[in-house]
Write a protein that binds this ligand. Structure first.
Ligand code: NAP
Ligand code: 1JT
Length: 268
């Protein structure tokens, strides 16, 4: 194996040097978005963060002030178009050019995650699909004009998009829409050299996963069944995002990349 080391730094430390990116979905230190931010920062990127409402501002502030002081922090609830518009106006003002966007947001009312999909209410369906899937074309549309030298957009999906995972229900349907959106957006954005891919991550104990009935059982099942014999770490998802945001993945768009320790390849 060729290990490329320069003045004590690995090649990853330069992969995103002078690149500007925005990250949606840091709620706390366990968020996949935070592990991704750390990997992107170590690769040399300049980062902007959004949080949903004042409630999460302190969390994001205390995480970034220690590790990445001076980061641009913006309040952005994707259900409010004016907040999305203002976010990209400020990013344009501060960065000028945008090179990548990380979409790491999802939501469904708790009662819809569990029981039968058959019982999903219209309200739960529309909320889940709006926040977890529509937000991808919404944010891509706002980001694209700033991606003047091409760009990369990465979102987070889950296996429940393609196979039935009991209880994942409407989130599975939202992730299916997210993955299909990735393909349609790849077609639209390709001529501008903007690539868009989804990472299908294995289960990770985060705030979203907390309170999901039997999540620990699910983690154990995944670890036992996955070829690597363990669960994935958020940082491994972040490292894959670095690859997808860098020129090392310049020929990849419209794909769903599995970062799940191989769980999805298994038959019997
Ligand atoms: P997380 O830390 O709870 O992140 C979810 C984020 O979505 C939170 O920051 C949340 O903010 C944000 N969000 C919800 N509604 C929003 C809105 N209206 N506007 C803007 N942001 C909003 O959980 P996570 O597990 O890291 O999830 C990140 C992504 O990874 C999600 O797309 C999830 O589906 C995906 N994923 C997770 C797993 C897993 O096992 N954990 C596996 C595969 C894929 P609030 O906290 O304010 O709601
Ligand atoms: C949300 C939640 C999005 C949990 C999520 C998610 N994407 C992955 N997970 C973890 C998970 C959740 C369930 C599950 C398997 C994995 C909760 C809040 C809404 C957004 O079911 C077996 C329910």
């Amino acid at each position: 194996m060729l290990l490329c080391v320069f003045a004590g730094q690995n090649i990853i430390n330069f992969m995103l040097k002078d690149k500007n990116g925005i990250i949606f979905g840091v709620a706390n230190k366990r968020s996949i978005a935070w592990a991704t931010a750390q990997a992107l920062h170590e690769a040399g990127a300049n980062l902007a963060f959004t949080y949903q409402g004042e409630r999460l501002k302190e969390n994001v502030e205390s995480l970034t002030s220690a590790a990445m002081p001076g980061s641009l922090l913006l309040s952005c609830d994707v259900t409010k178009q004016e907040e999305v518009d203002e976010t990209f106006r400020e990013v344009g003002e501060k960065f000028g050019r945008l090179d990548f966007l990380i979409h790491s947001i999802a939501f469904a009312p708790r009662e819809a995650l569990g029981g039968e999909y058959l019982d999903t209410t219209r309200e739960a369906f529309l909320t889940a699909l709006e926040i977890s899937a529509y937000s991808l074309p919404q944010l891509a549309r706002a980001a694209a004009p700033l991606m003047t030298e091409g760009g990369s957009i990465v979102s987070m999906s889950y296996y429940g998009a393609e196979k039935v995972v009991a209880g994942y229900n409407v989130m599975g349907v939202a992730k299916a829409a997210l993955e299909a959106s990735t393909r349609y957006l790849a077609k639209d954005l390709g001529p501008r050299n903007i690539r868009i891919n989804a990472i299908s991550a294995g289960p990770i104990q985060t705030l979203s996963a907390r309170g999901v009935a039997d999540f620990s059982t699910m983690l154990k099942h995944h670890a036992e069944r996955a070829p690597l014999g363990r669960n994935v770490e958020a940082r491994e998802v972040g490292n894959t995002a670095v690859f997808l945001c860098s020129s090392m993945s310049s020929g990849i768009t419209g794909e769903v990349i599995y970062v799940d320790c191989g769980y999805n390849i298994m038959g019997i």
